[in-house]
Design a protein around this ligand. Structure first.
Ligand code: ADP
Ligand code: MG
Length: 173
């Protein structure tokens, strides 16, 4: 199972790296009732070939309480940190921009989570970079989880384990 995931991860990451860069904005999310009603939105800060989120974050800052991930170690643990401006971010672990002041935000207060991934499938399963950051972070809370997926990387079926947290919906762009 681990080998099946890691072989696929390698292959699909190279597919993602070869695709044109895309970004999401508020207009992609406004149709989601759960998003409209959400007070607090957790959103990944894009890096590398991930679908870009910087403009979305900028747009959300005036409308929502915005929290972003901060990796507390290299082995799969992260916390949520509130930001008021993109200027509060600086490149941290893995080349990802993270809050300079990592004050932990109570994750139970998060209503809606925008989740990155290498690939997602029709059942809502996700293939990440292989450290389980999102599986651990989402294991003890139950916000609405939206996976952001490039159309070429939306699969029928991905291998998954019992600890893999399913998305409620995948936004295929
Ligand atoms: P990814 O989700 O990044 O694609 P995996 O699903 O393969 O990666 O998970 C990576 C590792 O994270 C797994 O080997 C697993 O041991 C660990 N993991 C996932 N969820 C949890 C959890 N809730 N508690 C502890 N370890 C976890
Ligand atoms: Mg997983």
């Amino acid at each position: 199972m681990v080998n099946e995931k890691s072989a696929l991860r390698k292959k699909l990451l190279s597919v993602r790296n070869s695709l044109p860069r895309q970004e999401i904005s508020l207009s992609h999310l406004e149709d989601f009732e759960k998003f409209k009603n959400a007070k607090t939105v957790f959103c990944y800060v894009s890096a590398g070939s991930e679908v870009k989120t910087q403009s979305l974050i900028q747009e959300m800052l005036t409308k929502k309480r915005v929290v972003v991930p901060y990796c507390t170690d290299k082995c799969g643990n992260m916390i949520a940190v509130e930001i008021k401006s993109l200027d509060e971010l600086k490149e941290g672990l893995f080349g990802i921009s993270e809050p300079v002041t990592p004050k932990e935000f109570p994750k139970e207060e998060i209503d809606f989570v925008i989740v990155p991934g290498i690939a997602f499938d029709k059942d809502g399963y996700r293939l990440g970079y292989g450290k389980g950051y999102y599986d651990r972070f989402l294991s003890d809370i139950n916000p609405f989880k939206l996976g952001i997926c490039k159309k070429e990387l939306f699969a029928d079926n991905l291998p998954h384990d019992e600890f893999d947290v399913k998305m409620n919906k995948i936004l295929v762009i």
